[in-house]
Each structure stands twice: as structure tokens, then as C-alpha cells.
Write a protein that binds this ligand. Structure first.
Ligand SMILES: [Zn+2]
Length: 254
């Protein structure tokens, strides 16, 4: 079995499954997915994320406010409340995004720091999103001291990967790794230590080749692992086992 370490199950396109999330999950299980990490992005949709994790044994939840969703007044007490609920395995996604929402940079930094503190308080790992904000992201993480976590949907260069690895972070690759023009990213992926690699779909976005252009689903995580296996000269089964072990370790899964 394989684990999709980052998906948004509450946002999946259910049209191919006649509106049934159950059928969508089963499709992914049939493709080999044995666990799903369902990622929170804001307080309004957090209850839906929690409800899916509560209803399905193989679904786990994270709690966070995505940097693109940060606004001036955020209810961090509510965030903390959700974070203490059953089946929550991480804090995030959090981080910094200066590409889509540069105007909220200062608010994002404050939110990121609160997420880091919450993760520390609860002994949970962090799920980090960073876009056009690599040095601020890494600076805030290193200032915070030792912390476990993952750089999700990694698309940065090797020096960024190296700094994250030095901080003890895992690096998770998405369908972007399978894109024809992603040569530089594949070179980065070829260098990440095997015991720090994870795979994800970030579904419903970023469907991997050969499903590019369609709505993404957790079962397609196999395509990411396949490219990673080829890059590292190991079998798909070996790469799957490696990423499952890493994901279980980071998120403390049973
Ligand atoms: Zn995401």
C-alpha cells in the first residue's frame, strides 16, 4: 500500500463518482492507497476535514490556515481547539506565499509563527507550503528551533531542499515531478536522502502525467512514486515502502 501524504478530500471532484466520496476513496484504495492525510486550509472548512477523518479509519486530518487564506482577524482559539481533536496528525498547511497573496505577507508571517508555536505546544509536525518566499520560510523555521515537518509539494531548488533537510524536514513531491519540463526538480529529487522522501497528490490540483489536465485524485499518487523510483533506481514497490515508512514516522501513524 501507498500513502497520499497530502490531499484535500473535502474538495475532490466527485462527478466521476456520482457525487460519492465513499466511491472516490474506494477508487483510490483500489489503486493501492492505504492511508490519506486530509489537509486543512481554513477554519470554515476545517469541520468538513475533521468529519471525513472521523468517518473513515484510513483518513487522518491536519489543522491549519493556508497562507493564501490568512486574513486580519483569525480565531486562533478555534484553531487550537480543532488541533486537539482525535485523528489530527499535524499542523498545517501553513507557511508563506508571496506569489498569490503578497499583500498579506506580514499577516502570513504572524500566522505562520502561531502555527509553529501550536505545533510545538502539541508535539505535532508541521505541513509547510512555500511559494516565492523560500528564505523567509526557512528563516522563520530555523528561528523557531527544532521541529519536525514536511515541505509539501516541493518545487524549489536544491539549496532550499538542503536547508530544509538540515532543519530535519521531510521533502514531499507531487505530480509536478512528473511534468515533462520539470528537469530541475527531478535533479533535486534525485539528491534527497531516501529516508526523507514523501509523495502526495495535493488533489484535486496538479494531476500527474498521464492524467494531467484532469481533476486529480489520491490514487494517482502512484504515478509520483513511479517517477521517483525511476530517478532513484529502485522498484516502485521499494519506493512505495520507503515513502510509507517516512510518512508513518513523521505523522506518527499506527
Ligand atoms: Zn494543499
Amino acid at each position: 500500500m501507498i500513502i497520499d501524504s497530502h490531499c484535500h478530500l473535502n474538495l475532490l471532484d466527485l462527478a466521476p463518482f456520482e457525487g460519492s466520496l465513499l466511491a472516490a476513496l474506494q477508487d483510490s484504495r483500489d489503486r493501492g492507497v492505504g492511508a490519506f492525510i486530509c489537509i486543512g486550509v481554513d477554519l470554515d472548512t476545517q469541520p468538513a476535514v475533521m468529519a471525513i477523518a472521523a468517518a473513515h479509519e484510513d483518513v487522518y486530518a491536519t489543522v491549519g490556515i493556508h497562507p493564501n487564506h490568512v486574513v486580519a482577524s483569525m480565531d486562533y482559539e478555534r484553531l487550537r481547539y480543532y488541533a486537539t481533536q482525535p485523528k489530527v496528525v499535524a499542523i498545517g498547511e501553513t507557511g508563506l506565499d508571496y506569489h498569490y497573496t503578497p499583500e498579506t505577507a506580514v499577516l502570513q508571517q504572524a500566522s505562520f509563527e502561531l502555527h509553529i508555536q501550536l505545533a510545538k505546544d502539541l508535539g505535532l509536525p508541521l505541513v509547510i507550503h512555500t511559494r516565492e518566499a523560500r528564505s523567509d520560510t526557512l528563516d522563520l523555521l530555523s528561528q523557531a528551533g527544532p521541529q519536525a515537518g514536511v515541505m509539501h509539494c516541493f518545487t524549489e531548488d536544491w539549496s532550499t531542499a538542503k536547508r530544509a533537510l538540515d532543519l530535519g524536514f521531510y521533502i514531499s513531491f507531487s505530480g509536478v515531478l512528473t511534468f515533462k519540463n520539470a528537469h530541475a526538480l527531478r535533479e533535486v529529487a534525485a539528491q534527497v536522502p531516501l529516508d526523507r522522501l514523501m509523495v502526495e497528490t495535493d488533489s484535486p490540483w496538479l494531476a500527474p502525467v498521464p492524467h494531467r489536465g484532469h481533476s486529480n485524485r489520491p490514487g494517482y499518487v502512484v504515478e509520483v512514486a513511479r517517477v521517483l523510483a525511476e530517478l532513484r533506481g529502485v522498484s516502485l514497490e521499494e519506493m512505495t515502502a520507503i515513502t510509507v515508512t517516512n510518512t508513518r514516522t513523521l505523522f506518527n501513524l499506527p
